[in-house]
Ligand binder design. Structure first.
Ligand SMILES: [Zn+2]
Ligand SMILES: [Zn+2]
Length: 228
């Protein structure tokens, strides 16, 4: 599988050249996961899978007149004409399985397990936590692509007073520990403001966390490609 990280900037103002675009992962040139920027549609994907309906992952949330000629799968329908995804979907030789995640008190979210032959990767979008019953479906993964909004332990997590639901973002140490039983390689994207203060130093801090938790973190940038 060829994976292109189209965008690696989180919900912060752009400040660095190679971290300018919002989330989007292109798999083998045809499957698009998240469409944080309209320009990603130029890749003419065969299908689009949205992790959650926040504008940095689904630009059209702020542009409701947007019409797409390709199927758009999302964890919920809202006012747009999406296909609500609850079961695995097969597109050519790819099998895409939605796995519910916790991230927001207002919108539903899911990660996607992407399988092609024996290759298996997970793309999480934004993440507070993933319940064990869903993690139990992960098995061994060639890599996990997740978020880097916060470096600090615990990230930034709050509790919705009405529902008691947790929302926000886990920290990178939490995410490395969460996925370590499933993979050796964790690709980080969706960087928060901490990352941009001193990118060289931020990369070094991520590398040291990788050593600490015995995983290989890869710091993504806009346009980076990986082959798994
Ligand atoms: Zn979000
Ligand atoms: Zn986000």
């Amino acid at each position: 599988m060829k994976i292109t990280l189209l965008g690696t900037r989180g919900m912060v103002t752009p400040s660095a050249l190679h971290y300018h675009k919002h989330s989007g992962i292109l798999v083998s040139g045809k499957l698009l996961f998240d469409v944080g920027e309209k320009v990603f549609l130029r890749h003419k994907p065969k299908a689009i899978f949205i992790t959650h309906l926040h504008p940095d992952h689904a630009f059209f949330v702020e542009e409701p007149v947007f019409l797409s000629s390709v199927p758009i799968y999302a964890p919920e329908q809202k006012e747009f004409a999406f296909i609500k995804i609850a079961k695995p979907v097969r597109i050519g030789l790819y099998r895409i399985t939605p796995l519910p995640t916790e991230h927001s008190a207002r919108v539903k979210s899911c990660a996607y397990l992407i399988e092609h032959g024996k290759k298996r990767i997970l793309y999480t979008g934004d993440l507070v936590w993933m319940q064990k019953k869903y993690r139990d479906q992960l098995g061994k993964l060639d890599c996990v692509i997740t978020e880097g909004s916060f470096l600090k332990e615990g990230g930034m997590i709050r509790k919705d007073i009405k529902t008691g639901k947790l929302f926000g973002h886990a920290g990178i140490p939490n995410l490395l520990r969460l996925f370590k039983p499933h993979t050796r390689t964790v690709v980080l994207a969706h960087f928060g403001s901490w990352f941009f203060k001193d990118i060289k130093q931020s990369r070094a801090l991520i590398a040291s966390l990788g050593k600490k938790y015995d995983v290989t973190p890869i710091v993504a940038h806009d346009g980076m490609t990986l082959t798994v």
